[in-house]
Design a protein around this ligand. Structure first.
Ligand code: NAG
Length: 312
């Protein structure tokens, strides 16, 4: 990254989450366990969905893609945060900081579109079951995926255009554990009020906008389920409640971070922690361990493994 002639800051210093030794220890254990669990859980989902033909359906493909993105989501900020926890001097290079912002926004953008696609998928499955296979065709899934990645990358590049030309002339202390745009803008040696406003408009309203689309599709689904209340409705409701929980944990903190005008910084940091380690962990837990087909797939491959070992 060419910070060159308009910038003398080559690295940023994080203040971290807290000074308290006990809380740091607690965070170390909590974050390491959640990080390991997220990586394992999401890898398992990607593995089962891609290898087990019983799970080759649009819903599972979208789920596996969400897990794939979650592998990236939990790796952008938490390994660095865990590594930094007990270090006195927590630094990140200018390029590292830009890279973190880039990946956070790519991953966030992709997840937003994928969650919307997953809600659309459930909407079609429940409200238009006869047309499900024609509407959610493989081409449609590819289209959703392409749209998700294109959206994530374009959104993220757009965010970066706000900062690459900013003058960073000295202040380099971020009261955070990762590089986030709102805080970074405040370090620039010029009036960034308008830029801060742009970031809020861009990330905040995108977030609120897709949340509204999601809520509308959930209301449609609930309404349909309620109208044709039959045997299938319980299963539909349980799937829906899983989706809504994931959406709540993903959008809640993000929305707060980007749209709350005067964030109290402690609150902000712990909400960001929830986005960094908790939400990537919840997807596998919520979708997998409550899902009969997923559990059946695991049992099948476990049995296969046992048989394989008996033969060899
Ligand atoms: C993502 O979805 C596509 C198409 O629906 C599927 O072919 C692919 O295997 C999925 N990716 C992962 C990592 O599961």
């Amino acid at each position: 990254m060419d910070g060159g002639n308009h910038s003398i800051v080559s690295e940023f210093v994080f203040l971290g989450l807290t000074q308290s030794w006990e809380i740091q220890l607690l965070l170390l254990v909590f974050s390491s366990v959640l990080y390991a669990a997220s990586m394992t859980g999401n890898t398992i989902i990607v593995f089962f969905v891609t290898t087990d033909p019983h799970l080759h359906s649009p819903m599972y493909f979208l789920l596996a893609n969400l897990s794939f993105v979650d592998l990236g989501a939990c790796s952008t900020t938490s390994p660095k945060m865990i590594y930094d926890l007990f270090r006195k001097h927590k630094v990140i290079s200018f390029g590292g900081c830009i890279a973190q912002i880039f990946f956070i926004h790519v991953v966030g953008g992709v997840e937003m579109v994928l969650l919307t696609a997953m809600a659309f998928d459930r909407y079609v499955a429940i409200c238009k079951p006869l047309h499900y296979l024609t509407i959610m065709s493989p081409q449609m899934c590819i289209l959703f995926l392409a749209a998700a990645w294109a959206f994530g990358i374009i959104h993220s590049l757009f965010q970066l255009t706000f900062i690459v030309n900013l003058p960073f002339c000295g202040p380099n202390v971020l009261d955070s554990f990762y590089c986030d745009l709102p805080r970074l803008l405040r370090l620039a040696c010029m009036d960034t009020y308008r830029l801060q406003f742009m970031v809020t408009v861009n990330s905040g309203f995108l977030c609120v906008g897709s949340l509204i689309i999601l809520l509308i599709s959930y209301i449609f689904i609930l309404f349909t389920v309620w109208k044709h209340s039959s045997g299938g409705s319980f299963k539909a409701l349980s799937t829906l409640s899983a989706h809504i929980t994931v959406v709540f944990f993903f959008f809640g903190p993000t929305m707060f971070i980007y749209t709350w005008p005067h964030p109290s910084s402690q609150m902000d940091k712990f909400l960001a922690l929830s986005d960094a380690v908790l939400s990537p962990f919840l997807n596998p837990v919520i979708y997998t361990f409550r899902n009969k087909e997923m559990k059946a797939a695991m049992k099948r491959s476990f049995r296969l493994l046992v048989n394989f070992r008996k033969i060899s």
